[in-house]
Design a binder for this molecule. Structure first.
Ligand SMILES: Cc1cc2nc3c(=O)[nH]c(=O)nc-3n(C[C@H](O)[C@H](O)[C@H](O)COP(=O)(O)OP(=O)(O)OC[C@H]3O[C@@H](n4cnc5c(N)ncnc54)[C@H](O)[C@@H]3O)c2cc1C
Length: 457
């Protein structure tokens, strides 16, 4: 079968890999000048490695992406570390994961880290977190342990909202001090609608050790492009697909930029629901309504290259949005050595926002003015002269919103039109979207296309 894939993000490339291996003729078209989609990077002239436009890492539990990395021979380029992730409270960030309890033994000058398991270290860190009263810290540990180890079936959890479940079992103080800010930070106006299965999946599937690649996620995307090309896939970057029309004789006519067209037996569209709607307006009205009902949040992320370190060793800090103009403060160079970035300290200031939010309209310079005073609050020594350069990346489709009983809302990978498939973050569930699940989804949609081809023969 002759298959066109729209998009060279992780889902499109994983699908291309499996389809080529199954003997199909595959052509991938990517609108952007580089592969990698949401995980793609950019590079300042003085950096050795590109940096993700949006902060990225994987978890040790991300089996699908780790498997694909192994299959393409990229494992030696993948590494895991245990950076500190923290919650801001009062005047500083408190590490809740990644930290190990340490003991200073008599006669030694340096405290020695105790080799306790990550789960125990995390529980101990929560017990000393001053942002919650002592009883609430115990409760939080009990709830997190239950969600990680005690829940076998997530389906009952998708019938209730995360807000009501955590209020019920954790109480109002814990909700206001911990779960509420987490939900509001990520989902804004939809915070009270998100279901509990989503929150469960965050605790269940995430490891303390975080993974990254030599050359960043762009390095992985480029290695995937090379791997699929070796299998005979044609990957064309910088060429958008502009429309898809069902041919009367069967199959699809694919319109590319510059008025050229090509024919395919099947098409896989990756990316936002709005893209599928735009490319294939012939989809039945009932299906288009399902696409329109899928909600999502956008993301605005500023990367700032600084001359000095900002957070004193923290990688990720969740910031209280009622006190700071962004949700996540990520000091990437406390995870990855700054030597790869010409000695720059790289800090992301990121937020998940409704695409109507003013941050999508503000100029980059105006946004910087909003953010700089916050950096000074994080580190009183910070001064404007530390800023060497900055970049802003905006994405309208960044985080799908998963309401109660979301399983029923998810459109299948095979659309109602013959030979047209769709694979997007909105179909990743109950897990939170991520590169691992993009790979899994890409492989699932490849299987669906192979099954379709078997029926056509
Ligand atoms: C702020 C942020 C932080 C994140 N952090 C992490 C993280 O830490 N770890 C993690 O694993 N994941 C993270 N993710 C999620 C991860 O990036 C995505 O889940 C994953 O990259 C999605 O891959 P995809 O292939 O499904 O979609 P995309 O990456 O969106 O790929 C779709 C591709 O289609 C292309 N395209 C669009 N229109 C056309 C057209 N008309 N013609 C041709 N091509 C087109 C796009 O350019 C894009 O390359 C994060 C995402 C965001 C936004």
């Amino acid at each position: 079968m002759n298959i066109v894939i729209v998009g060279a993000g992780l889902a499109g490339l994983a699908a291309a890999y499996d389809l080529a291996k199954a003997g199909h003729t595959v052509a991938v078209y990517e609108a952007s000048a580089q592969a990698g989609g949401l995980a793609s990077g950019f590079r300042d002239a003085r950096w050795e490695w590109p940096l993700e436009r949006f902060y990225h890492h994987i978890f040790t539990t991300d089996a699908a992406i780790i498997d694909l990395v192994r299959e393409i021979g990229f494992t030696s380029q993948m590494f895991f570390r245990r950076p500190l992730t923290a919650q801001w409270w009062g005047q500083r960030g408190y590490a809740l994961t990644g930290a190990r309890p340490a003991l200073r033994l008599p006669g030694t000058s340096q405290p020695r880290e105790l080799p306790v398991p990550d789960l125990v270290a995390g529980a101990l860190a929560v017990l000393t977190y001053p942002g919650l009263p002592p009883l609430e810290r115990l409760r939080l540990n009990a709830l997190m342990a239950y969600l990680k180890l005690g829940v076998r079936d997530w389906r009952p959890l998708e019938r209730v909202t995360a807000a009501s479940w955590t209020r019920r079992w954790g109480g109002e103080t814990l909700y206001q001090g911990f779960f509420g800010p987490l939900l509001e930070g990520k989902f804004g106006p939809y915070a009270e609608q998100v279901n509990m299965a989503w929150l469960w999946s965050r605790f269940k599937a995430r490891s303390v050790r975080l993974g990254y690649f030599q050359g960043g996620f762009q390095g992985l995307a480029d290695a995937l492009v090379a791997a699929v090309r070796r299998l005979g896939v044609s990957v064309t970057l910088g060429t958008a697909v502009e429309g898809l029309t069902l041919r009367p004789a069967g199959g699809w006519r694919v319109a590319l930029a510059a008025s050229s067209t090509l024919d395919a037996d099947a098409v896989i569209v990756t990316g936002a629901p709005g893209l599928l709607r735009k490319l294939a307006p012939e989809l039945p009205g009932s299906y288009l309504i399902r696409l329109d009902n899928l909600r999502s949040m956008g993301a605005v992320v500023m990367t700032i290259a600084l001359k000095e370190s900002l957070t004193g060793g923290l990688y990720w800090v969740n910031m209280p949005k009622d006190q700071f103009p962004f949700l996540a403060l990520v000091e990437h160079t406390n995870f990855i050595d700054r030597a790869h970035y010409g000695g720059d300290t790289l800090v992301y200031c990121g937020d998940y926002l409704d695409p109507a939010h003013e941050y999508f309209q503000l100029s980059d310079a105006a946004l910087l003015e909003r953010f700089l005073p916050a950096l000074q609050r994080v580190n009183p020594r910070f001064e404007r002269g530390w800023v060497r350069d900055f970049w802003v990346h905006r994405e309208r489709y960044a985080q799908p919103v998963v309401p109660v009983n979301h399983a029923r809302n998810i459109p299948p990978l095979a659309t109602p039109l013959p030979g047209l498939f769709w694979a997007s973050m909105s179909q990743v569930y109950p897990w939170d979207r991520g590169t691992n699940f993009a790979v899994e989804l890409g492989r699932d949609v490849a299987r669906a296309a192979v099954a379709y081809s078997a029926v056509q023969r």
